[in-house]
Design a binder for this molecule. Structure first.
Ligand code: TYD
Ligand code: MG
Length: 423
């Protein structure tokens, strides 16, 4: 039978001086609050997702599918972080491979970065004791092995025990630990999911490996908001933070194409212009196909049903493909109107003007519902040089339209928009 020790004795002697009187109950009135001490990483997107830097003594889990760029991002960050002694523990790659990756991202060698290729937590803590780093990166939790647990690395009990040891270490020493963890497409495999409640912050890497763009989302944060989000591009020389996503997500077309619509979306707290591409073609098989990339399939089916029932468009006989450009996954329901317009544009084979963007959630009876943060969306559209924006009528109330340098049009129902574009 296994016994969980949660790092007993392993870490207890590491930083003996750090003994806190946490065993005594305190009156809440006597507790002094102060802002957490934060360390600012040399990566703006990462600082943003962490809620303004890395909190000392915190444990951050970075989860993502294999190959998405977790190791690259953290190695890159460690290389750039001058003046902070970092220990990068890798159980996946040899020191040689890591060095090659460091050369590939083309950054100067940071003399304060130490690499350790080990999987045994005892060895790791011993090295930590010797090197005394200010930041520890574990790549990845699935490769770690605690001597107190008999099961194989990557198993639920190993992952849990190793994480508990790291958590205890971080809390005792105040040294932040970033733990990388792999997940599969459905996020199921033992690992990150079972760790979520044990760590302070969970960041999730999303994106399609075949596309360059990646989103780093905050799923949980004890020290900040969970609506933050970072955007990266995987280049041939590492990950590059994208401070203005709209610029890269809008593709330039010489002439307007049918099936394309532009949405003013907000992901996390960030407004961004997104290109939606739809293709509706005559179905050759009995059951028409519906395929989406970056958008919820069931939501598409719902929107198609609305168009079929309320507008009389026979999508039931067509295959429908829908794509969000750039490989991003968009959850913001306000892109419904752009989705519907791209579908109609492909259906009618009439291109929409490329200088107009659309905002609105579409309801079951074809009504266009109000969305949040309308001003931010309009401002972003104006900033990106759009000439006009279509917004839900309900959002227009009390809106100071003349403070924006863009033509603001309102719509109440999908049929209003249809009339204006296709009639
Ligand atoms: P990696 O960081 O190893 O992913 P993870 O740790 O999440 O499994 O990145 C893997 C992919 O990124 C790999 O297919 C190669 C590619 N890559 C680049 O495109 N550019 C680069 O500079 C680097 C280092 C990797
Ligand atoms: Mg890796």
């Amino acid at each position: 039978m296994e016994k969980t020790t949660s790092g007993k004795n392993v870490i207890a002697d590491i930083w003996q001086e750090e003994k806190k009187d946490t065993n005594k109950a305190k009156n809440i009135a006597t507790i002094v609050t102060e802002d957490e001490a934060r360390m600012f990483l040399p990566d703006g997107e990462l600082n943003r997702t962490l809620g303004g830097g890395l909190v000392q003594g915190s444990v951050v889990l970075i989860a993502g599918e294999p190959g998405i760029g977790k190791s690259t991002l953290f190695l890159q960050c460690a290389l750039q972080w001058q003046g902070v002694k970092t220990l990068y523990v890798s159980g996946e790659e040899s020191a040689h491979q890591i060095k090659m990756r460091a050369e590939r991202v083309g950054m100067a060698i940071n003399e304060e970065l130490y690499l350790l290729t080990a999987t045994d937590t005892n060895t790791i803590f011993q090295e930590i004791k010797k090197i005394r780093p200010q930041w520890v990166i574990i790549d990845s939790i699935q490769t770690l092995e605690s001597p107190y647990i008999e099961s194989a690395p990557g198993s639920v009990s190993q992952v849990r025990e190793c994480a508990a040891e790291l958590q205890k270490f971080a809390k005792q020493t105040g040294i932040p630990v970033c733990i990388i963890g792999h997940i599969t497409k459905d996020g199921s495999i033992a690992g990150p999911k079972i760790l979520e409640h044990m760590v302070d912050t969970v960041l999730q890497f999303e994106g399609d490996r075949h596309y360059a763009y990646r989103i780093l989302r905050t799923l949980k944060n004890r020290f900040g908001s969970t609506s933050e989000l970072g955007i990266y591009e995987m280049t041939s020389s590492g990950m590059r933070g994208i401070s203005n996503p709209s610029e890269v997500l809008l593709t330039q077309h010489d002439e307007p194409l049918s099936g394309i619509a532009i949405a003013a979306a907000i992901e996390g707290l960030r407004p961004m212009m997104i290109e939606v591409q739809a293709l509706a073609t005559q179905s050759v098989y009995g059951t028409p196909q519906r395929t989406t990339n970056g958008f919820d399939l069931r939501r598409l089916q719902l929107l198609l049903a609305v168009l079929e029932k309320r507008g009389g468009f026979h999508f039931g006989m067509k295959d429908v493909f829908l794509n969000i450009a750039g490989g991003l996954k968009i959850e913001d329901p306000s892109i419904d109107l752009a989705i519907v317009c791209s579908l109609l544009s492909s259906y009618e084979d009439v291109a929409l003007p490329s200088n107009i963007c659309l905002v609105g959630e579409v309801g079951l009876s074809g009504e266009i519902r109000a969305v949040n943060r309308i001003e931010q969306r309009i401002a972003e559209a104006a900033k990106m040089g759009m000439d006009a924006i279509v917004i839900p009528k309900a959002n227009a109330k009390g809106l100071e339209t003349n403070k924006f340098n863009i033509d603001i049009r309102t719509a109440n129902k999908v049929s209003d928009v249809y009339q204006s574009f296709f009639n």
